[in-house]
Design a protein around this ligand. Structure first.
Ligand code: SF4
Length: 224
């Protein structure tokens, strides 16, 4: 849990994107998503440069119906974006054509979350429990990215001002080293008004926007 507050993760992402543009290829990206609203902004930023598969892996969600509700909204958003992409593609030249976004899920098993955060249940929000919760989801994303041979993996988690971008990026780099395959795309999506835009897009597409982070320990800690 070291912190390097000087690193500009957004700048690192831009540099990576510039290199991708120079290569003339659109790499595959496994994008872990916590929910439709956060991904609404991230997908807009990345869709032009990557062939994206959204990975909806959130065993932290409580109760079960919340998991399903967020998943359904995620799927609905992807459908909307794919429809919009078709329209945009009519006028775009081949290099800038947007590829359809796909979605991947694995069996919802909340026990994975409880095992991962064991002993930290009583932490306050933003503390060690959250670090372990990010780690669980980022490690699984790296593992699946390796299994299905993605070029990159990353997560939408940094859209939220309530999430620690240093931890997310540190964990992404560690997961990359552990699984030794896909590259981790550094990011801090809350920069450039990412969070504000995610709220605007959520309103535009009438997305369900939850008022708590997700686990049962956060259910009474309402966000704005
Ligand atoms: S508050 Fe959010 S990030 Fe922290 S453990 Fe709960 S679901 Fe995970």
């Amino acid at each position: 849990m070291t912190q390097n507050i000087k690193t500009n993760y957004n700048q690192l992402m831009q540099k990576e994107i510039n290199d991708i543009l120079l290569s003339g290829k659109k790499p595959t990206l496994l994008l872990h998503s916590c929910c439709g609203p956060c991904s609404s902004y991230v997908l807009r930023v990345l869709q032009e440069y990557f062939n994206i598969t959204v990975f909806y892996y959130n065993p932290n969600l409580y109760p079960d119906k919340e998991y399903t509700k967020r998943l359904n909204e995620q799927k609905r958003l992807i459908k909307i974006y794919n429809k919009l992409a078709k329209e945009k593609n009519k006028n775009a030249n081949a290099v800038y054509k947007l590829l359809p976004i796909k979605i991947k899920t694995i069996k919802f098993n909340p026990q994975e979350y409880y095992n991962a955060i064991k002993g930290q249940e009583d932490c306050s929000e933003g503390d060690k429990r959250c670090y372990l919760c990010y780690k669980l989801r980022i490690d699984k994303t790296a593992e699946i990215a390796k299994k299905f041979i993605f070029d990159y993996f990353t997560t939408t988690l940094t859209v939220s001002p309530y999430k620690n971008a240093e931890w997310v990026n540190e964990l992404g780099e560690k997961a990359k080293d552990m699984f030794k395959n896909a590259k981790f795309l550094n990011n801090d999506f809350k920069k450039s008004e990412g969070y504000k835009k995610s709220i605007e897009y959520s309103k535009e597409y009438n997305l369900y926007r939850q008022n708590y982070c997700g686990c049962k320990f956060s259910i009474n800690k309402k966000m704005e």
